[in-house]
Design a protein around this ligand. Structure first.
Ligand code: NAD
Ligand code: DAU
Length: 348
């Protein structure tokens, strides 16, 4: 494993992963292949392009474009694909599912075809705990059935199933990680944590869906990157690995913790109309990846504190995004009509 193609490498987790791998493995080369959608941002890789100019390349392209994918694999002598490329935001998947089905299902198929044709050493699929669906009790194991409930999770599950099919039918050496919610630098401010932090900084309301008691497992993005690295090197082809912390946080508690770190009042929390089909809880059994020698390196408090600090110190990164027309239009569409006040979330 020497020549990695990282698809979706200009996004949040992908860019953190590229930096992590180039720093850690001096003999690895990485070509990032990314369509640069609204969520892809070359600024996330500016330091990488500067510090690793001899081992890093960028190609703008769509994972659904089979010819271009094949050309890049050939030209860069790619031996490993790590696929982060996806449409990723659940709320957008409720508005416009087509891009989710196209990229997360068909795009995965295109990459798997390339992995098969060029007999790659590994194809790694970055998946999500959302494919298990809402888990009200207990913890999901990798062998559990998939009960997806949103177009996003259904599309990601489709991608996972194709990976397993290509392993079973064609022997493509596939691995899959199913990660929980990531937080950290460079996350697009549509996701709840950067949205709440940046709204809090500006004394704007934090729109909390429903009663705010839904639970998520928030992991620091570098822990996720390290986990993928461990699976690439020690994971077994054909296997799936859950990747999270096992620690659960209610959305209302997350909102309060962010405001406390910012020194802002809890009255900024604004209960709004819930997300349709909102999964109340995800929870992962992470014993399988821990058996490979991985463990979370950051506590919830450390992860959140670092994340809040990054957004406070890097307004130059997120202000242009939030003031841009694309974001403004999305924000209006997503939140303008939701602001139907619910009982005071601070009572919970
Ligand atoms: P992101 O939205 O920040 O970035 C996605 C990247 O993919 C962007 O750079 C975008 O330009 C690119 N992309 C989108 N469609 C493409 C296409 N058709 N062709 C090429 N590039 C395309 O996403 P993220 O939060 O960094 O998530 C990365 C991966 O991790 C996704 O597969 C997601 O499902 C998975 N995941 C995310 C989380 C999370 O909490 N963010 C948790 C578990 C798993
Ligand atoms: O679990 C992994 C998944 O985590 C990834 O696969 C997805 O790509 C990623 O977007 C994320 O999905 P979620 O739906 O869990 O993340 P989001 O940040 O959108 O929401 C987290 C929780 O916060 C969820 O319970 C909904 C709630 N929420 C979200 C937003 C955007 C709010 O209360 N208000 C909001 O404005």
């Amino acid at each position: 494993m020497r020549n990695l193609m990282v698809t979706g490498g200009a996004g949040f987790i992908g860019s953190n992963f590229v930096r992590h791998m180039l720093r850690k493995y001096p003999d690895y080369r990485i070509v990032v292949y990314d369509k640069l959608t609204y969520a892809g941002n070359l600024v996330n890789l500016k330091d990488v392009a500067r510090d690793f100019a001899d081992r890093y390349a960028f190609v703008k392209g769509d994972i659904c474009d089979a010819e271009k994918v094949r050309a890049v694999v050939r030209e860069h002598q790619v031996d490993t694909i790590v696929n982060f490329a996806a449409a990723t935001h659940v709320d957008r998947s409720l508005m416009e599912p087509d891009e989710f089905i196209r990229t997360d299902v068909f795009g995965t198929y295109v990459l798997l075809e390339a992995a098969k044709e060029f007999r790659l050493e590994r194809y790694h699929q970055v998946s999500t705990d959302e494919v298990y669906g809402e888990v009200l009790e207990g913890r999901s194991r990798e062998t559990d059935p998939l009960h997806t409930r949103s177009p996003y999770s259904a599309s990601k599950a489709g991608g996972d199933m194709l990976c397993i099919a290509y392993y079973t039918s064609f022997g493509v050496p596939v691995t899959i990680t199913r990660g929980s919610n990531n937080i950290g630098p460079n996350q697009y401010p549509e996701k709840v944590v950067p949205l709440f932090i940046t709204n809090g900084i500006d004394d704007r309301p934090l729109p909390l869906y429903g009663d705010g008691t839904q639970m998520r497992d928030y992991q620091y993005v570098l822990d996720h990157c390290e986990g993928i690295d461990v699976v690439l090197h020690r994971g077994k082809p054909g296997e799936i690995y859950n990747l999270g912390t096992g620690v659960e946080t209610r959305n209302i508690d997350m909102a309060r913790a962010i405001l406390d770190l910012l020194g802002k009042p809890h009255s900024l929390i604004q209960p709004v109309q819930d997300r349709p089909g909102h999964d109340r809880r995800y929870a992962l059994d992470i014993s399988k990846i821990c058996a490979l020698g991985w463990e979370p390196g950051y506590t919830f408090e450390e992860a959140l504190e670092r994340t809040v600090r990054w957004y406070v110190e890097n307004e130059w990164w997120w202000r242009p995004i939030k003031s841009g027309e694309h974001y403004q239009e999305y924000y209006r569409r997503q939140y303008e009509e939701r602001e139907i006040a619910k009982p005071d979330a601070n009572d919970k």
